[in-house]
Design a protein around this ligand. Structure first.
Ligand code: ADP
Ligand code: MG
Ligand code: ZN
Length: 485
């Protein structure tokens, strides 16, 4: 099969659960899908009892507006909820309330960064809807049945639909990672994929590279991890390319991803496509987001990751990898900026180095979050090293003790007498006594075994109990050795 004869067009539909306390149209709590006992967060509204009325969750609307703004979308002044009718046991009402013709947000885009540079992926729409319940399929001694848990029924969802602007797995992963980052940044969603808070559907078609028109697409549902999405897309690209290159036609289908078999499985073909008989939800008024409300939400938006990245790279000269490690968690950024504010004289790079290496290592080992650390104490430590009060390796020890005890760095340095010895006369006499005590090594060094200089350096540092300024020791040692030549 010739390579690069075909190219892929990929569009994503992403469902995210909004981080509200209550459900989309009732006051039931949104509960943890794993720990909460089944069917304990339910009421007549989300169970679809006759005669009840839904009420729109204002907070869900605000989170959706934030997401829409972050995706550079237009926010509709008036959007309309609609009924999407279908029959399934996880859907107690027999329909899902969604938005159809008039979504809340539309015509946006997201910039993604790839090895080929920056790319713009258009976002067609982002609309509000409600989640379904959850079925658990059981099989006991050959008897099969399903359990229905309605805790999730009615949880607010935002569905974000892209245009088919992605062409490679790399682009799909860049888009979905960046989307998750933005949603978490804004507190719109936990983005917790293991708990189903973020779920992907990939639409994929292939066409000859010189063809303008998009090919026939398949839709792969239930992609619950980046890995599953990557595997499913690669699998479908291969399948479709094979079909097309032997002159076959791709059938429009809805597929699922089988984790167990590492392949896509057919769920529905075009013939039995659902007809959802959408119509405007008669129990809800149009959703009106007037200008004052929109402005208020806009004003509450924090500085976005793109602006942080530009500032950290430009003004501070941080490298790309460090910047991503900061920006991936909003708490990291908050801590970093609190440090900058507490120690404006320090070089931001020095703060970042201590933060991403020693501090993160300690947090990792101890299973602690960064917001348990006091940024003011932390920068005191970085300053102590920066100003030469203690040396680098003593700094690492003081850091750990500071994190464990909560004592200030200066108290620890004082109590243990860890002040660095930069006093030249003291270091001069330390070096000469070490050289006198090790005549054999000095002779070998002078005879050409240069590596012994490092060993002698180590002896001096040990004599000084690690407290000597290493730079001063190095210079003095070299001076005395040179004098013997
Ligand atoms: P539906 O609502 O039936 O799923 P849409 O036309 O609204 O269909 O498209 C859903 C998703 O499919 C969008 O993300 C869109 O970008 C993508 N898509 C549409 N046509 C194609 C195609 N030919 N190839 C790849 N993706 C496509
Ligand atoms: Mg679809
Ligand atoms: Zn309810």
């Amino acid at each position: 099969m010739a390579n690069n004869q075909y190219k892929a067009d990929i569009g994503l539909e992403v469902h995210v659960e909004l981080a509200t306390r209550s459900k989309m149209f009732c006051s039931c709590a949104v509960v943890d899908p794993i720990s909460a006992p089944p069917n304990t967060a339910v009421c007549p509204v989300c169970c679809g009892m006759p005669g009840v009325l839904p009420v729109i969750n204002r907070n869900a609307v605000e989170l959706a507006i934030k997401a829409g703004l972050a995706l550079n979308c237009q926010i509709a002044e008036t959007s309309i909820f609609a009924r999407k009718n279908y029959f399934y046991p996880d859907l107690p009402k027999g329909y899902q309330i969604s938005q159809y013709e008039y979504p809340l947000a539309y015509d946006g885009f997201m910039l993604i960064r790839t090895s080929q540079g920056e790319k713009r992926i258009r976002v067609r729409r982002a609309h509000l809807e409600e989640d379904t319940g959850k079925l658990t399929h059981m099989n006991e001694n050959g008897e099969t049945y399903s359990l229905v848990n309605l805790n999730r029924a009615g949880v607010p969802l935002l569905e974000i639909v892209s245009e088919p602007d992605m062409h490679t797995v790399e682009e799909v992963l860049a888009y979905s990672h960046e989307l998750r980052l933005l949603l978490r940044w804004l507190g719109v969603s936990s983005g917790d994929m293991e708990k189903g808070s973020m779920r992907f559907e990939a639409n994929l078609s292939m066409r000859p590279v010189d063809c303008e028109e998009l090919g026939t697409r398949v839709e792969v549902k239930n992609l619950n991890s980046f890995r599953a999405m990557e595997l499913a897309i690669l699998y479908q690209m291969k399948m479709q390319e094979e079909t097309l290159s032997r002159g076959g036609k791709v059938e429009q289908q809805t597929l699922g991803w089988s984790e167990a078999n590492n392949k896509t499985v057919v769920q529905r073909s075009k013939e039995d496509a659902n007809d959802y008989r959408y119509f405007p939800e008669p129990d809800l008024p149009p959703l009106v987001v007037d200008s004052p409300w929109l402005q208020a939400v806009k004003a509450s938006m924090p500085e976005m990751p793109a602006a942080k990245r530009a500032r950290y790279a430009g003004e501070m000269g941080l490298n790309g990898e460090d910047i991503e490690r900061l920006v991936e968690e909003k708490e990291n950024v908050r801590f970093f900026e609190d440090c900058l504010a507490a120690a404006p004289a320090l070089n931001p790079k020095t703060i970042v180095n201590w933060m991403l290496t020693d501090l993160f290592a300690w947090l990792n080992i101890n299973g602690k979050a960064i917001d348990t650390v006091d940024p003011k104490l932390f920068v005191q430590l970085v300053e102590a090293v920066d100003e030469g009060v203690i040396n680098q390796s003593t700094g690492k020890e003081v850091l750990v003790e500071m994190l464990e005890s909560g004592k200030t760095p200066s108290a620890i340095i004082e109590a243990k007498g860890l002040h660095q010895i930069s006093d030249n006369s003291l270091i001069t006499s330390l070096v000469s006594s070490v050289l006198q005590a090790n005549p054999k090594e000095v002779q070998s060094y002078l005879a050409g075994k240069e590596t012994l200089a490092n060993w002698l350096f180590g002896q001096v540092m040990r004599e000084a109990q690690g407290k000597a300024n290493p730079q001063v020791v190095k210079t003095e040692l070299q001076r005395q050795l040179d004098a013997m030549k």
